[in-house]
Design a protein around this ligand. Structure first.
Ligand code: G3P
Ligand code: CA
Length: 303
């Protein structure tokens, strides 16, 4: 199969930069208007940690999906360390709650695929999870790797300058969200994180409980009016599939003109990365952050 080479030349970068400048100007006007009429609404637009990280050279952020699963078992400390070393600007990770209400970093509802345990993770206490092996399924070199708690990953964020897209899997009550919010502030990373979810009730709970923490809505297919959709849950970032933009090629620009950050997930091939760049999105979620970051660096050098 023929795949076009990745060649993000000057034209692409300039078009992108111009679009971002115009979008920033529009977003600033919108912010001034919002500030003038509604303080509560203004908090929605107060911080855009992913958007503000858009590289001047016109390439999207590299967002390391579950760490760097091309290099280490997903959502584990080795995967996050590999992601930090890869040059990715953003770590993506998934949070779930244990039976004794501890917050752990884990993707699936079930333990079966990525550990030597089985059944729903939500039925196990943290002590029960601690003895599971979350590395051997990936390779013998990772035998004995455990499921990390959120509190164990926060210091990693704290001692680097990386940003984080923190996804809340499933539905969360305000009580369950409080330790997550507290941990973010305790580690002083509140200006570098975005809390994300597919679940609209969870985003609304977050909005009520921690309005200053930016939120991202994740949606497989964009609805007809994505700007209103994002606003309805107080999201400043929209995470969606590339397919959403095949259906509606103007949607990315429409969202950005409204001041929203646009992220696509999860792309692992150079031809798809190029499509994302051509769309002018702000970030690309990938399992192979080292490869994407080096392709980006190459594109910047060549522009
Ligand atoms: O960043 C969005 C993406 O992580 C959502 O999909 O299933 O990999 O968590 P999933
Ligand atoms: Ca995720």
């Amino acid at each position: 199969m023929h795949r076009p080479s990745v060649n993000w030349g000057r034209h692409s970068a300039r078009r992108y930069s111009f679009r971002r400048s115009a979008a920033s100007f529009t977003a600033t006007l919108a912010l001034v208007a919002v500030l003038a009429i509604d303080h509560t609404a203004a908090t929605v637009y107060a911080a855009q940690p992913l958007g503000s990280m858009v590289l001047n050279d016109g390439v999207p952020l590299t967002i390391a999906h579950r760490g760097a699963p091309a290099e280490a078992p997903e959502n584990t400390i080795p995967a996050f360390e590999a992601a930090l070393a890869s040059g990715a600007e953003v770590l993506e990770l998934d949070l779930r709650m244990t039976a004794d209400e501890q917050v752990v970093v884990f993707h699936d509802e079930l333990l079966d695929r990525t550990t030597d345990g089985s059944g729903p993770i939500a039925d196990r206490t943290l002590a029960e999870l601690r003895v599971l092996d979350a590395g051997s399924w990936y390779g013998s070199a990772w035998q004995g790797t455990s499921i990390p708690t959120f509190d164990e990953v926060l210091p990693l964020l704290q001692r680097s300058d990386v940003r984080a897209l923190i996804e809340l899997k499933g539905l969360w009550t305000v009580d369950a969200l409080r330790p997550i919010i507290a941990g973010i502030y305790r580690h002083g990373v509140q200006d570098r994180v975005v809390l994300a979810s597919f679940e609209l009730p969870t985003l609304l709970e977050l909005w009520r409980e921690a309005p200053s923490l930016p939120r991202a809505v994740i949606v497989r297919r964009l609805p007809d009016d994505p700007v209103d959709f994002a606003a309805s849950v107080g999201a400043t970032t929209v995470v969606t599939s590339l397919r959403s933009f095949r259906v509606d090629p103007d949607a990315a620009e429409m969202l950005q003109n409204a001041g929203l950050t646009v992220i696509v997930y999860t792309l692992n091939r150079a031809d798809l990365w190029q499509q994302a760049v051509d769309l002018g999105v702000d970030g690309v979620v990938t399992d192979a952050p080292r490869r994407l970051a080096s392709v980006h660096a190459e594109a910047v050098r060549g522009s």
